[in-house]
Design a protein around this ligand. Structure first.
Ligand SMILES: NC(=O)c1ccc[n+]([C@@H]2O[C@H](COP(=O)([O-])OP(=O)(O)OC[C@H]3O[C@@H](n4cnc5c(N)ncnc54)[C@H](O)[C@@H]3O)[C@@H](O)[C@H]2O)c1
Length: 328
């Protein structure tokens, strides 16, 4: 198979590229390196089966050319992270909506199947945990920037479903829940690398809000396995699937666990959301996926636990913080 991975130089995308190459596929990527990095591809960038194109997915000519050579598209490129969306809300909305439009427009004439990486953010304020894919999406009002990312991802899903229904392009949607692991960076608000970096620096580990909010963390390699299996599953086409872990941890407890596993003396401090974010922020209390649909479709459940994820993120941050020598 020749796969196209949009956002292939990103955190999840780079692990996906490695997995696809290991499975024997040819892989092309398109990435504007806005939050991704070519360094993420260091393990596979000498592989002649990897074709790296720097550019924006909204560039219809480029995307059309690359989709035209692909047997399958994994659409991961997006403006990701609370920090990024908070700083540049309008640009993030445009990226998320226009990029998928370009991918689907290119996929239709060639009938290339597309997997869309969506997000648990689409569930918004819903408190119907565990979230079922058929459940309501409860998004807050448009003057609160916080809901714009979830809303853009929900619109991506609608567009993908509508195009699939009106054409013959097969589409599958994966709603990812707090994916974590090596190569994720904390620059745009991702909590685990942010905690890890603070713990290793001996700096305060800042928990936003009262820390009783829970999240479920899924190892990136488990998530990539789900994406590859969903792509290969004919029966999954046309479907929406939660992908994540259903093991909850309170964010305050996560901070202490990271500190303990890092052997750090960093204090854990609570920072009110009003101080950590500009007005319009709201923190959903719980976010737990119902995994029955994805398990029934592809027999998938995550296998790597939270301590392993924390240890790997700490190791990755240690490596990232190590000064480079001329030979490395
Ligand atoms: N990491 C998570 O926990 C999580 C959770 C839910 C959903 N997702 C989704 O998974 C996908 C990948 O996220 P990630 O965590 O790897 O983030 P990431 O920021 O590491 O990856 C996104 C990649 O897309 C690239 N990109 C952004 N806009 C682009 C554009 N217009 N054209 C070309 N490239 C562009 C970035 O440079 C980056 O390499 C995203 O669609 C995201 O919404 C991730």
């Amino acid at each position: 198979m020749r796969a196209l991975v949009t956002g292939g130089a990103g955190f999840i995308g780079s692990h996906l590229c490695e997995r696809l190459l290991a499975d024997g596929h040819d892989v092309a990527i398109i990435d504007d390196l806005s939050t991704g990095s070519l360094a993420n591809l260091a393990a596979c960038d000498r592989d002649p089966r990897l074709d790296v194109r720097q550019g924006r997915v909204e560039d219809e000519a480029l995307t059309s050319r690359l989709v035209g050579r692909a047997d399958f598209v994994f659409h991961l490129a997006a403006a990701v992270g609370v920090g990024l969306v908070e700083r540049s809300t309008a640009a993030a909305i445009r990226t998320n909506v226009l990029a998928i439009d370009a991918v689907l427009r290119a996929a239709v004439p060639r009938r290339v199947p597309v997997l869309v990486a969506s997000s648990s953010e689409v569930y918004g304020r819903s408190d119907s945990v565990p979230f079922q894919e058929s459940g309501d999406l409860v998004l807050g009002p448009p003057h609160a920037w916080r809901w714009s990312y979830g809303c853009s991802k929900a619109l991506d899903e609608h567009l993908a479903m509508a195009v699939a229904a009106e054409t013959v392009v097969p589409v599958v949607v994966a709603r990812l829940f707090n994916i974590a692991g090596p190569r994720q960076v904390g620059d745009h608000g991702m909590v685990l690398p942010r905690f890890a970096a603070a713990a290793l620096a001996g700096a305060p580990i800042e928990v936003h809000g009262d820390g009783t909010q829970t999240r479920c963390f899924c190892h990136v390699l488990d998530a990539v396995d789900a994406l590859v299996r969903l792509a290969a599953c004919e029966n999954a086409r046309g479907g929406v699937f939660n992908v994540g872990s259903d093991v909850e941890v309170r964010i305050r407890d996560l901070a202490h666990r990271v500190r303990e596993r890092a052997g750090s003396v960093s204090p854990v401090v609570l920072v009110p959301c009003e101080e950590a974010h500009r007005p319009g922020f709201e923190e959903p209390a719980r976010r737990v996926p119902d995994l029955r649909r994805v398990t029934a479709a592809i027999g998938w459940k995550p296998s790597r636990g939270l301590d392993r994820i924390i240890d790997e993120v700490l190791d990755d941050r240690r490596r990232a913080g190590r000064p480079r020598t001329p030979s490395t």
